[in-house]
Design a protein around this ligand. Structure first.
Ligand SMILES: [Zn+2]
Length: 381
């Protein structure tokens, strides 16, 4: 089974017992403990799982049942959107052990990612541990590392072509899944590190899921369409499926972390000890580096698996996402009482605009040296 022990970065220490966090956690727990709430949540995510798998099957059936290029592409688009939905609403909860109270069910749902082409083992280390423990920290959060293609955060090296990153990144977002599935997973395992952090190589059942997932995925996602439709149409189906899935997954992540309202931190150099270590309040750090968006958009909330309530997700990742919409007002109210920063962009469009303004800003050369921050100081807003 997956190793759940976080690899602690010795350069930073989190305070997880601040009065603000203890009080917020108490309110969240009290809300979730109301009779019937947890069971209703699990029923909701089970229904959603069926709908999304059905949508993936329907996309495949539509795309492979014809030689009409328009219908093949429409089927690929539906399959890709369903893949992204499964990633955000099923695999993500399983990977965070929020899908069920049964560990085996959570592991099975986490392995949906392997069925979709990417390794749940690598994801666990890259997202479940590195990103969630150290969001928006340079050198520790691999999810903000798109170098050299893009500069997503202050302190990352700037290249001249980054001036145009707000124009070309949407195209690359559509291609990032391919790189992730067919290159990054193997590279990370061969190197044995994610960013600066060592990761365990998969053994036993985890190794079987890694290898089996890659093979099964290759069979249904590429070999089957090519066998049924021939090379040109089969590849077109595969390309559209991956482009739509990759674009959605990349953009949803960016809207929560790489926007003007989010903060970024630079870790002290390796070898830092004692008082030079970065001392952070766990909850305040999560809230400073993460932004909610479009809280009133119910359809979006359903589709993205509550990831528009990313601040809530980062505070309580082991809570099933179907509860996030109800928890967000609790978080906002508690933040207001304790004077803690909570940021929410009111609409999807406003979040998209903020992300592209951020890309333009990071694409411009630094006016004076590096603008890396060493403490949780607002860069914008
Ligand atoms: Zn997560």
């Amino acid at each position: 089974m997956l190793d759940s022990t976080p690899v602690k970065d010795p350069r930073v220490r989190f305070d997880t017992r601040s009065p603000f966090w203890l009080e917020l956690r108490r309110r969240i727990d009290a809300h979730l403990a109301e009779p019937g709430r947890e069971a209703a949540g699990f029923r909701a995510i089970h229904r959603k799982t069926i709908v999304l798998f059905a949508a993936l099957g329907l996309g495949l059936a539509i795309g492979l049942a014809t030689t009409s290029i328009a219908i093949v592409l429409a089927g690929g688009l539906l399959a890709g959107l369903a893949m992204a939905g499964l990633g955000m609403s099923v695999q993500h909860d399983g990977g965070h052990r929020a899908y069920s109270r049964n560990p085996a069910v959570n592991r099975a749902m986490a392995a949906v990612l392997d069925l979709l082409g990417a390794s749940s083992h690598v994801w666990h280390h890259k997202h479940g541990i590195a990103h969630h423990t150290y969001p928006n920290m340079l050198g520790a959060d691999e999810d903000i590392e798109l170098r050299p293609l893009a500069r997503m955060a202050p302190g990352q090296p700037h290249h001249g072509f980054h001036r145009a990153q707000h124009l070309y990144m949407p195209v690359l977002y559509a291609m990032l899944n391919l790189k992730w599935f067919w290159w990054d997973d193997y590279r990370d395992l061969l190197r044995g590190t994610i960013g600066d952090t060592p990761i365990a190589r998969p053994k036993g059942i985890d190794l079987a899921i890694f290898v089996g997932g890659k093979v099964v995925h290759l069979l249904w996602a590429l070999v089957l369409p090519v066998a049924v439709l021939g090379w040109p149409l089969g590849l077109a189906f595969y390309a559209v499926m991956y482009a739509s899935c990759g674009f959605v997954l990349s953009l949803v992540f960016q809207l929560a972390h790489c926007v003007e309202e989010a903060q970024f931190l630079q870790l002290p150099p390796h070898g830092t000890t004692g008082t030079a270590k970065l001392e952070l309040d766990f909850a305040r750090h999560q809230l400073a580096t993460t932004v909610d968006f479009a809280p009133d958009n119910r359809a979006l909330t359903w589709y993205v698996g509550g990831l528009n309530f990313q601040a809530v997700h980062h505070l309580v990742p082991r809570v099933c996402h179907v509860h996030y919409r109800e928890l967000a007002p609790l978080v906002e109210a508690c933040c207001a009482e304790f004077g803690v920063r909570y940021t929410c962009t009111r609409s999807l469009w406003a979040a998209v605009r903020s992300h592209f303004r951020w890309l333009r800003r990071m694409g411009a050369p630094d006016p004076v040296g590096s603008d890396v921050v060493e403490r949780p100081v607002a860069i914008a807003g």
